[in-house]
Design a protein around this ligand. Structure first.
Ligand code: AMP
Ligand code: MG
Length: 351
């Protein structure tokens, strides 16, 4: 199939083009579009045949449920059994934005969307291009990240093209995603609110609003109780092996300790004949004998925004192993750590 490419500028949206993308969705096609978190691959959430195309294009296992995206918070009403008070509060305070909530689904949500679960994940994205396309479609839009399953999530149009060209009906280029990490997933379908996937909206931000929130810092897959089978899969992985190097003892000491450890690890890998990459934050390991250095940015926000693009760049430069420095230890970096742990398949060195 030929993928049709269009460009939409979030600051000045061409309504005719937004309607074209919306019509493709409404009529059962697949459209990749930017959101503030990562690019999504959308299809009409009420049409099981359309949703099937998402799973086929991505090679996504059928037991990994999708997040349903809406243009307005009120569009959630027919899709769920009820909206409990905590959900109302989260929607009022954090939507549109990078948090998905899980509620008991209504009969309108096909089983293929929820992977057979009785619940559905919902989000109202804030990206103006995503909002315009979903509104123009007139339907709720099921949209996982627009990457091949298990690959790093796409944060620019080029990443989507690399993975899905020729496999989807339409691709909307709307520039770079500002957050760069997938949404927080908050389960509000049970008695106690629980974070199933850490993201930009942290437990610290949620507690004043809805009280105690069950969560782990998301260090490993098994730390987060797998509420759905999809959580067990390897994720975000470049072709190279990833090894996370972290340190929890204050920023300055961390940079020095991590640098020493990365230099040692790089030397070891070079002796084994490997092509070595280093993912740095504040220049950790700059004297290390590595082949490729990529700096992700000095704040957790910058690091998150650049991380997936960096993992793809290491692939392009044919790294065999990547040492990733993570000198932060706050609640927001729990989301970064969660993705790197998964990319690393659990390989972590603590210094
Ligand atoms: P993606 O859109 O690729 O980031 O994947 C969506 C993720 O949201 C899934 O992998 C699940 O972890 C989570 N998710 C979606 N729907 C549900 C649900 N009904 N129950 C639990 N987790 C869900
Ligand atoms: Mg994904």
């Amino acid at each position: 199939m030929d993928t049709e490419y269009i460009r939409l500028d979030g600051r000045n949206i061409d309504i005719t083009l937004a309607h074209k993308a919306g019509a493709t969705l409404r009529n059962g096609g697949t459209v990749a579009f930017p959101t503030e978190t990562v690019y999504g691959l959308g299809a009409n959430a009420l049409d099981p045949d359309a949703v099937k195309k998402i799973f086929a294009a991505k090679g996504r296992p059928a037991d990994n449920p999708l997040i349903v995206h809406v243009a307005d918070a009120s569009d959630v009403v027919p899709l769920v059994k009820e909206i409990p008070e905590p959900a109302r509060l989260v929607m009022a305070n954090f939507w549109p934005g990078p948090i998905s909530i899980i509620l008991q689904k209504s009969g309108l949500i096909p089983d293929i969307v929820s992977a057979g679960l009785p619940t559905v994940a919902l989000r109202q994205p804030s990206h103006p291009v995503a909002a315009a396309i979903i509104r123009a479609s007139g339907v709720p839009v099921a949209a996982p990240s627009a990457n091949l399953s298990a690959r790093p999530s796409p944060t620019c149009a080029q990443h989507v093209r690399q993975d899905l060209d020729g496999k989807i009906d339409m691709m909307v280029d709307g520039g770079i995603c500002s957050v760069g990490l997938e949404s927080t997933v908050l389960d509000l379908s049970g008695d106690v609110p629980a974070i199933l996937r850490p993201g930009g909206v942290t437990p610290q931000m949620l507690r004043p609003l809805i009280g105690e929130v069950a969560h782990s810092l998301g260090k490993t897959d098994t730390d987060c109780a797998p509420k759905c089978p999809g959580m067990k899969y390897r994720h975000y992985s470049p072709k190279a092996q990833v090894c996370l190097v972290e340190c929890g003892s204050g920023r300055a000491a961390c940079v020095e300790n991590i640098s020493k450890e990365i230099a040692r690890l790089c030397a070891e890998s070079k002796r084994e004949g490997k092509r070595v990459g280093v993912l740095t934050c504040a220049g950790e390991g700059s004297g290390a004998p590595a082949d490729i250095f990529i700096a992700c940015g000095e704040t957790p926000g910058e690091y998150a925004a650049n991380m997936f693009a960096a993992l793809r760049q290491f692939d392009e430069q044919q790294a065999d192993i990547i040492y990733a420095a993570l000198p932060f230890d706050d609640e927001f970096s729990a989301a970064i750590r969660n993705r790197l742990y998964k990319a690393a398949g659990g390989r972590v060195v603590k210094v």
